[in-house]
Design a protein around this ligand. Structure first.
Ligand code: LR7
Ligand code: MN
Length: 493
């Protein structure tokens, strides 16, 4: 029933050693049956829903690199045991050049014993999850393609609501609620239907609370799908013809990362939609560290992938990513002309449309006055978030001109924001704190009184100056020549 596995004291040394292999508790996973039972974590309203008898069938594509035996085969077993046979066309395992012996002949022999056709494809060389998925998708025959990570567990009734939604609208890409399988104890914990996907200025995927507008649109019915700005990436179903129409994946992306935001932006901007189907639950082992190597270096690979998606889909809003990530503009991202041509031929909408219509609560403001450092011209000190977290005070530090913690945006809502935090003066005479942006102005409203656009001026919060400096803030526009101050400033409203 998805309960935690507890390892006895005298085995914990061994357990810690084994943990390092996959960055999860392998000993715990190996102790659990491949077909373990799981609790039914669905909302009550989901348990009684009736889906059409006629639904499209699906191929399930699982890519893996050096995955553990027990997690991989528990994923496969849960797909087989909890999918109506008529809806499960096949399972395709794509081995991304794993080195582990047991993933070769033993795996092939094992899957032959299963009652659902399981095909194993092997990449000739390490290609990354994006190209491995492309290979699996190309070989698949189902009407729908369902992608899963190699350490998942599908729960009762996971598949029908996904397929039913695609049957209703073939241009909807659907994700289950992703439940948490503890990397430590393998306990199964229900995920929330009250979070959806977003991203920050660094282009990291993040979960954020489902906003009120989306609750209102569904008239409070939590069993209805949530329209989500982005997806986590690993677990989703898509109509196979639509997958091709919309441009599959960017095959120029390496190893890991970026493809989830790329597909999210693409689907929304090019006329599709992306949803979390809250009646479908699939568990995933969330890890704190990555267990495998990134040929080329982790940072380099992810920055390259992110540059590809920023260049093709984000228009001028890519500046948020570039200014906050020093050095990223030097990363070679290869040729994106094919992807740009795709965007043209599909007549996709601009990123500003996406921000306005799909993600108005985005961390990237659709309208803003400036983006860059906030400098006290007398002292040459810059406002600096010091890498601090929510509810801590904003700092000052020598201006370094390197972006990162010294990047702020003055938005059309008159917030001063650094990524997903806003300067906030709710404590009278207290320090200026960084809090979640609430879009309600109030203590997060800043007036800027420069007379020359882009010139020096002072920023004042409601009656409180920035306490650490005992001055108002001197203000200077970003030093980058290619984005002249206020070139994009929206008209004041
Ligand atoms: O080189 C590789 N080749 C592979 O085949 C690297 C990875 N892989 C396989 C790997 O074995 C696994 O099955 O690809 C799959 C995903 O890799 P993970 O499990 O290391 O990724 P993750 O769970 O940390 O990362 C999330 O973001 C990735 C960005 O590229 C992918 O989209 C993952 O599928 C995605 N996982 C999820 O969405 C599950 C929920 C996590 C969250 C939030
Ligand atoms: Mn994963």
């Amino acid at each position: 029933m998805g309960k935690a596995v507890l390892i006895p004291k005298d085995e914990q040394e061994k357990m810690k050693e084994l943990f390092k292999i996959n960055q999860f508790n392998l000993m715990a996973s190996d102790l659990i049956a491949l077909n373990r039972s799981l609790p039914d974590v669905r909302l009550d309203g989901c348990k009684t829903k009736v889906y059409p008898e006629e639904l499209p069938n699906t191929s399930v594509v699982i890519v893996f690199h050096n995955e553990a035996w027990s997690t991989l085969l528990r994923t496969v077993a849960s797909v087989i045991n909890r999918s109506p046979p008529r809806l499960l066309r096949e399972i395709i395992l794509v081995d991304d050049a794993s080195e582990r012996e047991f993933l070769k002949a033993s795996l092939e022999n094992y899957v032959k014993t299963l009652e659902v056709p399981v095909r194993i494809l092997r990449m000739e060389q390490r290609s990354g999850l994006i190209r491995a998925r492309l290979r699996g998708a190309a070989a698949s025959k189902g009407q729908v393609i369902t992608f899963l990570d190699a350490h998942c567990e599908c729960t009762l009734g996971w598949l029908e609501p996904l397929l039913a939604r695609i049957k209703e609208d073939r241009k909807t890409v659907v994700c289950p609620i992703i439940d948490v399988i503890s990397d430590d104890t393998f306990e199964y914990m229900a995920g929330s239907d009250m979070t959806y996907g977003g991203f920050n200025w660094k282009l990291n995927f993040r979960w954020y609370p489902v906003p009120q507008r989306e609750m209102d649109r569904r008239k409070g019915d939590r069993t209805l799908p949530v329209r989500t700005p982005t997806m986590a990436g690993g677990l989703f179903s898509i109509d196979r013809n639509y997958f091709e129409e919309i441009g599959t994946y960017d095959a120029g992306m390496d190893i890991w990362g970026g493809e989830n935001l790329e597909m999210s932006f693409r689907v929304w901007q090019c006329g599709g939609s992306l949803e979390i189907v809250t009646c479908s639950h699939v568990g995933h082992v969330f890890r704190k560290a990555t267990p495998y190597t990134f040929p080329g270096g982790t940072g380099h690979v992810i920055n390259k992938n992110n540059r590809r998606l920023a260049e093709v889909w984000m228009d001028d809003f890519k500046d948020f990513f570039y200014i906050i990530s020093p050095g990223v503009v030097k990363v070679d991202y290869g040729d994106v002309s094919v992807r740009k041509a795709l965007r043209e031929s599909l007549k996709c909408k601009p990123f500003s449309w996406y921000l306005e219509n799909i993600y108005p609560d985005s961390q990237i403001p659709r309208r803003y006055y400036s983006l860059g450092e906030i400098r006290n011209v007398e002292t040459n000190q810059c406002l600096d978030n010091m890498g601090r977290k929510e509810n801590e005070k904003v700092g000052f530090f020598n201006c370094h001109g390197m972006g990162g913690n010294q990047v702020f945006s003055y938005t059309a809502d008159k917030e001063i924001r650094t990524d997903d935090l806003c300067l906030d003066v709710s404590r009278l005479n207290g320090p200026v704190l960084m809090l979640k942006c609430h879009h309600m102005r109030g203590n997060q409203l800043w007036e800027y009184d420069a007379e020359v656009p882009g010139g020096s001026g002072t920023a004042r919060g409601t009656g409180v100056s920035l306490a650490e400096s005992r001055d108002c803030l001197g203000w200077k526009s970003p030093p980058r020549s290619q984005s002249p101050p206020c070139a994009r400033c929206p008209p004041c409203h």
